[in-house]
Ligand binder design. Structure first.
Ligand code: DP6
Length: 313
């Protein structure tokens, strides 16, 4: 048997958010979510025979996992070893191909890549093993919920136990306006717990489900303005839940608000602009149609942007 396997998986950005769980232990979401897969923002995982533990993978941006992050990651590997009867001790090495200090969530790509690497290893040990992407996604979800959407591209829909591809227009280009680097005070797992304490959580599931239906229709009908309005309402809905949780918390800073104001005035001036969304962090994510890329230079002029036009040819 070869001494190592390697795999990678992409990150994804949700337009309808996974926020709130019905079952914490299995990361079962309160509502369905819809995401666009970010093929160019990836985590690489290498499993090599050796002492059990985690190490950074050389050759990429050096990633440091916190003690808690390491424990969660290695617990997921133990789960995968059990599920697929992987024998032996392995060192798990991982790294991202995007800067780890830019405040971008890497848990989706990390857990998906670890699941894929463990699957490659299991297939070496048990060549007859065959597990569909849907089942691999289901296992990956147990490690971190949003990772189950990274198994499908370019669009993924996740409802309950099931993530699947969904046919919507693309490709789209993606960029992140960096408003702050650094560690978050409240992890997304903690955010999932806290939002249920907000008075605004009442009705949240129905709002997200209604928006999901409206957004898929708007995207299908190429109603870009309607798609923008829905994405805008959706991330504000999630951030309002954060701010009104008990105790309250939040991720937006002065830079975030300035960027959001600028993007809204672009839409008001041009009647056009990017789709805008935010995760549990201060950075602003943009999705653009291919025909908007030329204009994006003006829209983003002077901002600190991680551009990844990889999705667009
Ligand atoms: C705000 O998947 O990181 O990015 O399942 O607890 O690991 P756990 O949470 P995680 O939550 C991501 C939340 C989000 C919205 C989203 O990606 O849908």
């Amino acid at each position: 048997m070869a001494l190592h396997v390697e795999a990678s998986a992409p990150s994804n950005i949700a337009l309808i958010k996974y926020m709130g769980k019905t079952k914490t232990a299995s990361n079962t979401p309160a509502n369905a979510s819809l995401s666009y897969t970010l093929e160019h923002l990836r985590t690489f995982v290498r499993l090599e025979r050796g002492p059990a533990g985690w190490q950074p993978l050389e050759g990429y941006d050096v990633l440091q996992l916190s003690e808690h992050g390491r424990t969660k990651f290695l617990a997921h590997f133990a789960r995968l070893k059990g599920a697929w009867k992987i024998e032996g001790e392995f060192t798990v090495r991982s790294a991202n191909n995007f800067p780890s200090d830019c405040g971008l969530a890497s848990s989706a790509s990390s857990f998906a890549a670890l699941t894929e690497a463990a699957y490659a290893l299991a297939r070496k040990q048990h060549p007859e093993l065959e597990v569909s992407a849907a089942v691999r996604a289901r296992l990956s979800r147990l490690g971190s919920g949003s990772s189950c959407r990274s198994f499908f591209t370019p669009w993924a829909l996740w409802r309950g136990e099931t993530a699947e591809p969904v046919n919507l227009p693309g490709p789209l280009a993606h960029a992140v306006v960096l408003c702050e680097a650094g560690k978050k005070d409240v992890s997304s797992s903690e955010a999932h717990r806290r939002v249920t304490s907000s008075a605004l959580f009442t009705g949240r599931v129905a709002r997200a489900e209604a928006r999901l239906e409206q957004l898929t229709r708007a995207l299908r009908e190429n109603d870009w303005r309607e798609a923008f309005e829905l994405c805008w309402s959706e991330f504000w809905d999630m951030h309002a839940l954060f701010e009104t949780s008990r105790p309250s918390f939040g991720y937006m800073n002065a830079g975030t608000l300035a960027v959001l104001a600028r993007l809204r005035s672009i839409w008001q001036r041009d009647g056009d602009g990017p789709l805008v969304t935010m995760d549990a962090g201060p950075n602003v994510h943009l999705l653009l149609r291919e025909d908007q890329i030329a204009r994006a230079a003006e829209w983003l002029d002077g901002l600190s942007v991680l551009k990844s036009w990889g999705g667009a040819k």
